[in-house]
Design a binder for this molecule. Sequence first.
Ligand SMILES: Cc1cc2nc3c(=O)[nH]c(=O)nc-3n(C[C@H](O)[C@H](O)[C@H](O)COP(=O)(O)O)c2cc1C
Length: 374
Amino acid sequence: MKVALGIGCDRGTPLVTLARAVDEALAVAGLQRGQVTGVGSITLKADEPALLALAAQAGWPLHFYPATQLAEVVVPHPSETVRRHTGTPSVSEAAALLAAGTTEASALWVEKHRLRGGDGRNATVSVARVMPRTAIPPCVANPDPARRFTASEREAVQSLMQVRRDMRHFSPGAQMGDDVRARLQSALLAAPSVGLMQPLRVLRITDPALRERLASTVDEERMRTAQALGPRAAEFLALKVEGLRECAELWALVLAPDDGTVFGRRNLASEMAWCSAGAAVQNLWLAARAENLGLGWVSLFEPADLHRLLALPEGAAPLGLLCIGPVDRFYEAPMLIQQQWRQARPAPAVFTENAWDPSWTTGGCATPEHLPQG
Ligand SMILES: Cc1cc2nc3c(=O)[nH]c(=O)nc-3n(C[C@H](O)[C@H](O)[C@H](O)COP(=O)(O)O)c2cc1C
């Protein structure tokens, strides 16, 4: 994990204070100096001796941003006092984000670490994750917003939804092209979300060691799930419930820390964020199937494990591990039906008019999962 620092300090802050503030901020996040790719600050500080000395000592490139540019970045802790003195409500947080190549506040790992030195001068350090640069171009599609769909296109969309499957068997060693990835990303970005908050974040896992650690976490949770299923434990263990080690691409889904969107979520705030994330994944699922790729949503993991392994910030919630990639063949029906784990609900068990159907409460339509089917 690479990070960028944002630094603000009083004029004449000694090097020792600045260096201590930086080391403390890195320690808070469990980071080393070697993980820092650069330092950002305000142009006012372009001649600040301690800042220049620290960057030179550590070999960190320095980036200075004008107050107007820093002021445009939305940060968690804007300050009126800082604005009065510098012309921007944030120096360290905004500069850390810009130096990390993002304006996404959720990239802040350490929001604001303050240190008052022995001589009374203050230094503030923020730490932001460096977002991986993607070479993927935006989606080429430039759809006509007024277009009408033909009967055969409708049929294609219906058939896409019917043959979409949750896949857990992938063709080992297969790859996925950048262009395909771009179309999948574009499908995800086109999804509806409450108040347009777009709460879902995707971490593409390219580090094989990290993939293996995630797969082990899933293995552990699979055993705990089997235990929780009691009489059906052996039957559950016979199912294939993930394809983390074989799939071409592994994407970790994370719900971003709440951005405070009120529109559409004054009530049920967290539920609406979660639903929005689900809607985005469904777009992706359908887009993957249209590319003739399999996608499997894996939710068998202990959230705290993923939080730690993915170094997520406070307030972020892991939602799933998506296995995506070419498959040798698609299942003809949901695998849980094929393997007689559970039956699907028929339409009357889902649709009714005006009022709740009392038969739904008695559970007459589907056998509970923990009981043997039949
Ligand atoms: C939120 C969510 C989490 C899921 N987690 C898992 C999982 O951990 N392992 C698994 O085998 N399937 C998982 N599934 C897949 C479902 O079991 C599957 O969608 C369902 O059985 C219907 O099959 P189909 O998607 O092929 O129609 C998940 C699906 C969703 C929507």
